[in-house]
Design a protein. Structure first.
Lengths: 148, 148
DNA sequence: CTTGATGCAAAATATTTGCATGCTC
DNA sequence: GAGCATGCAAATATTTTGCATCAAG
């Protein structure tokens, strides 16, 4: 996991480069994403930020706007699972993929060098300039499998 | 690609098993998905079905209901990326993954045995019973890359 | 005939946008 | 002070649902 100071620095640089402003709302959203270190929907993020910053009165629109900003800058990633809509997590983690349990919704992250390398090779073979990739394995986690 | 008679047979079996009815609307949607052999949003599917079946007057709600039915039965798969929302394609293809161009939206399908095998191994390592998996590589396709 | 399916429109969600005001820089 | 950001509410967009009617089995 990236440490917060580093993340914050990347964020302020990004803002400066684009002549955007560093606001308490934006920082609160970034911090919440970092602290939670989990996959959150925009509404969940909004609720958490509002709870942790009762004085700010953050609007849902700002959450959407900030998430879009963070995502386009690579500081946040989104992933969507079926009906549950789009969820965000902090970016700058080591690249990883996901195992998703269809029963309980648990998300497990993993990394696999063989797959990483293979993805790069495939992108090249198709003349793609890869900017990102995601892999998702869905199934039943150990706890949710019917006992043999 | 699966041939249509086979697909249709699977569909009728599915309907029979669940005491559901075989309607012209449902068939029209299945056929459109099969003929197009591409990734379509619910609205696109609705438009195509309506155009090809002017006599049916298919409602968007029926498209959503049918897509959900097809997806849960494995006869259709959905994939979502970025702002463009969820898109559907016919199921029963050989398993494949996707390369998505973020610029023009082009979707290229590919298969890779190394990755397939690896996914299986990873699921086992986490005690997951894998029911499905998807991989998506996003980037810029050959046409959309800035010319060196 | 019986029961599920459909179309329509309304409802429920989700996301985006316009605008007056407030805050960074 | 200038200009971007915010909150709010309205506008859109996307899906789902209730219900009377229709049609498959």
């Amino acid at each position: 996991m990236v440490d917060y100071p580093t993340l914050l620095q990347r964020f302020t640089e990004l803002l400066r480069n684009q002549n955007l402003k560093f606001t308490r709302q934006r920082e609160a959203i970034l911090r919440t994403l970092h602290e939670t270190d989990d996959h959150l929907s925009p509404e969940e993020i909004h609720r958490l930020v509002a709870r942790q910053n009762p004085d700010l009165n953050v609007g849902i629109a700002t959450v959407y706007r900030t998430l879009a900003l963070l995502e386009s800058a690579g500081l946040a990633d989104s992933i969507s699972f079926g009906k549950d809509g789009k969820k965000y997590e902090i970016g700058l983690k080591k690249h990883h993929d996901h195992l998703v349990c269809t029963e309980c919704g648990t998300i497990i992250e993993f990394t696999d060098d063989v797959i990483e390398a293979r993805q790069e090779a495939i992108a090249q073979a198709h003349n793609f300039r890869m900017t990102d990739h995601t892999m998702k394995i869905v199934g039943l986690c150990a706890d949710c499998q019917p006992k043999a």
